[in-house]
Design a protein around this ligand. Structure first.
Ligand code: ZN
Ligand code: ZN
Ligand code: FE
Length: 753
């Protein structure tokens, strides 16, 4: 109801929760209030952003509408609360000081991609910031990677060593300016500087910072097939020309990264379209303030070097997200491989010295600068699943945004898994997730893991009362938890997977949790990975699982798919095998005696076995390769045919399935058909269990559900039959998501729920 003639004055208090601080929200509110004649104030508080607005009904109506429609792009509002107050008779609108203690919970934002205004300045000859690589404003620029402590003020960021010149200071203090309270504000006179170093150690400092020379020299190195190490936002990146197979090969060799797909940065959306199919939703993800790597389907037209994406059915693509990247790609306007600056298994290098020491043997040229990076933050990876973004690796642009869980949790620190590790801390109703830490196989990685824990606890002034970890006794994260001296709660790996999805989606009991992955320690001490849970009243009942089989050689079978194949073929008992594997005799004897052959119910390992039997791949050069390749093989195939995966009193029996695969192999059916029928059999099994269990909410979680074909078909089939299907959005379906689930389940156990 809008009363145009009634000039009765009202006052409302609006509380906005979410990522609303440090994104230019207060100046935006200030300007909006000025335009509409609203009186009152805005301030940051521990609750979020609080506004009190006074005006007549029409003014308030417009104010509330535009608060919704025109707010800063980088803000993420999770909850809005509006209450009516008595008018206080304010005469103007002000930005008022936030209370110092008020900031702890909400004030750290992720890093934000360069905004349109800053981008325009980069090429504007009348602007003092032309070609300046460290341009930013309240709407964009680094945040999480420069914060050293909170409240988020310049003196507590890595920008504290740079004193603002008079002009920058003026912008910083002017509420009407785009750079009002932009903590990393800088210009060529007062801000960070850029220089080149050749890896032979000859530093060539460049003084003329307005010049684009460093970038043209870097472009020259790329053109010649060289490797450039660029100090980006969350660490060093290694870049090569993505069209040059030999350059990519050199990078792979030096970085010791055999086969895992590499991501590509492209100068513009138009160029992305030359190589990939881009839907409007995918375009939104590419151009979002997080600017992640988006997994796209190649369109078959533009051709990059084959060894970029390798066996992946997708190409990981991102757009430039900092002035540095824009400037470099304007000198080299082609797709470049952009991968983390590290050797395989090591954390990303962030300091100049670290980069010189660790990347000196890899890179030919360094693009260095003197703005320190506070903590490592890799590029995030996202993919469109059922019409919405689903994060696969959560780091730059997303970390450390919290997940709101809708109930208050005790202070729990969750230390995550062993692979793709992330950690989480629970503060009130929010769970803060660290950036992707990575696999904890090396000493360096474990040191990075410990730093991430210290860092999160220090930043948020957090003292855990409880530590949640995986049940696996040998995970580095579990060992850390056991040694830390606090009470420890072990959480089953696959419970954690589905609980993470339930938490981020706000799902209440009862639901069917489908938890499929490569490896996780089961409650019975065997290796789980093909589990169905009925979750009711906070209790997990394992209602179905894959028929167990042995993994000859244990750990070795994770890499060597053919080991799973031998085990499955032997158990299925068919007479003549369609394939032979060198070394299978030894495995047969191991299996006979049950030596070093643990039992598993892992669907990931079943994928391995099928991939090896179907001749698609025998060895995983990286985690999940076989499944990825099987999915890719399926792409060319549309069929509703399926193998038989019988569901008998809670056990999914692959016996006939293996026989049928062998039969198709002997008939020389194509791997595409075999793969499609296998995927379809898994979907049929999910449907069968869902019918038996009879709850209407179904969660799909675990690394196996990174498979687009499997998720798409399962969800479609379930929804046809009236089920509500939930998949991950904010946290990864893989082990990068389990810290969230651990925190939730440990908390509810502590609370006796
Ligand atoms: Zn900007
Ligand atoms: Zn300045
Ligand atoms: Fe897992």
């Amino acid at each position: 109801m809008i009363a145009t003639t009634d000039s009765k004055i009202d006052r409302v208090r609006i509380t906005l929760r979410g990522a609303v601080q440090g994104v230019g929200f207060r100046p935006f509110v200030y300007r909006l209030a000025g335009q509409l004649g609203i009186r009152g104030w805005v301030r940051n508080s521990s609750e979020g952003l609080v506004i009190e607005a006074e005006g007549d009904e029409a003014q308030l109506h417009r104010f509330l509408a535009r608060l919704e429609s025109d707010r800063p792009a980088a803000a993420v509002v999770i909850q809005t609360q509006t209450t009516r107050l008595n008018p206080a008779g304010d005469e103007r609108f002000e930005i008022i000081a936030s209370t110092a203690s008020a900031q702890k919970v909400t004030s750290i934002l992720p890093d934000l991609a360069t905004c349109k205004d800053c981008l325009a300045e980069l090429t504007d000859h009348s602007n003092p910031r032309i070609h300046y690589a460290f341009t930013n404003c309240t709407h964009c620029g680094p945040r999480f990677t420069i914060v050293e402590d909170i409240p988020y003020d310049r003196t507590r960021t890595t920008m504290r060593g740079f004193t603002m010149c008079a002009e920058c200071e003026r912008e910083y203090n002017d509420p009407e300016d785009r750079r009002f309270h932009a903590q990393p504000n800088a210009c060529p006179r007062c801000g960070p500087r850029l220089w080149l170093e050749h890896s032979k150690g000859s530093a060539e400092a460049r003084s003329g910072m307005l010049s684009r020379e460093p970038f043209s020299e870097a472009a020259q190195v790329l053109r010649q097939g060289g490797i450039v190490a660029l100090k980006g936002i969350g660490g060093f990146q290694l870049l090569v020309d993505a069209r040059e197979p030999r350059a990519v090969e050199r990078l792979r060799k030096r970085k010791r990264r055999e086969a895992k797909p590499l991501a590509v940065m492209m100068p513009s959306l138009e160029m992305v379209r030359r190589y990939c199919e881009v839907s409007p939703d995918e375009q939104r993800l590419l151009e979002s303030p997080a600017a992640p790597i988006v997994l796209l389907k190649p369109n078959g037209a533009g051709k990059l070097a084959d060894n970029v994406a390798g066996v992946s059915p997708y190409l990981g693509v991102m757009l430039p997200y900092s002035p540095l990247h824009y400037l470099l790609l304007s000198e080299f306007p082609f797709p470049v491989v952009a991968t983390s600056g590290n050797s395989t298994e090591e954390p990303i290098a962030i300091s100049n010295d670290e980069a010189r020491a660790r990347l000196g043997e890899i890179a030919d040229l360094f693009v260095m600068h003197d703005r320190p990076i506070a903590r490592p933050c890799d590029d995030s990876v996202v993919r469109l699943v059922r019409g919405r973004g689903s994060v696969i690796r959560r780091a730059r642009g997303y970390a450390p945004l919290p997940v709101f869980v809708g109930k208050s949790l005790p202070p729990v620190l969750a230390v995550g898994g062993h692979l793709k590790n992330t950690i989480a801390i629970a503060i009130g109703q929010q769970v803060f997730l660290s950036q992707h830490v990575g696999d904890l196989d090396t000493l360096e990685a474990r040191a990075a893991f410990e730093r991430a824990i210290e860092d999160m606890c220090r930043l948020y002034d957090f003292e855990p009362r409880l530590v949640a970890c995986d049940l696996h006794p040998d995970y580095a994260s579990t060992l850390w938890a056991q040694a830390c001296g606090l009470p420890v709660v072990g959480v089953q790996h696959h419970h954690a997977h589905v609980a993470a999805c339930a938490a981020e989606q706000g799902i209440k009991d009862a639901y069917l949790g489908v938890s499929w992955d490569g490896t996780g320690y089961g409650l019975d001490g065997t290796i789980w990975g093909g589990e169905f849970f009925l979750v009711q009243g906070g209790r997990f009942e394992r209602v179905a699982h894959l028929r167990p089989f042995r993994l000859p050689g244990g750990e070795a079978a994770v890499r060597e798919c053919w080991r799973s194949a031998v085990s499955l073929l032997r158990e299925a008992g068919g007479s003549a095998w369609p394939v032979q594997f060198p070394g299978e005799g030894i495995l047969q004897r191991m299996l006979e005696r049950g030596v070093n052959s643990p039992w598993t119910t892992s669907v990931g390992r079943l994928f391995d076995g099928i991939a090896a039997i179907a001749g698609v791949v025998r060895t995983n050069l990286f985690e999940g390769q076989a499944a990825m390749q099987l999915e890719q093989t399926t792409n060319s195939f549309v069929t509703n045919r399926s193998y038989t995966l019988t569901s008998n009193s809670g056990v999914g029996d692959w016996g006939s399935l293996i026989e049928e695969v062998c039969r198709d192999m002997k008939r020389r059916e194509s791997p595409g058909l075999i793969s499609a029928k296998f995927h379809n059999a898994l979907v049929d099994w999910i449907l069968a269990v869902a019918e038996q269990v009879g709850v209407h909410q179904v969660i799909l979680s675990g690394g196996v559900f990174q498979n687009g074909y499997l998720v798409g078909r399962s969800a479609a089939r379930l929804e046809e039959r009236g089920y509500r299907v939930y998949t991950h959005r904010q946290v990864p379906p893989n082990d990068g998501g389990i810290a969230l689930g651990q925190a939730i389940l440990a908390a509810s156990r502590e609370q006796g729920a």
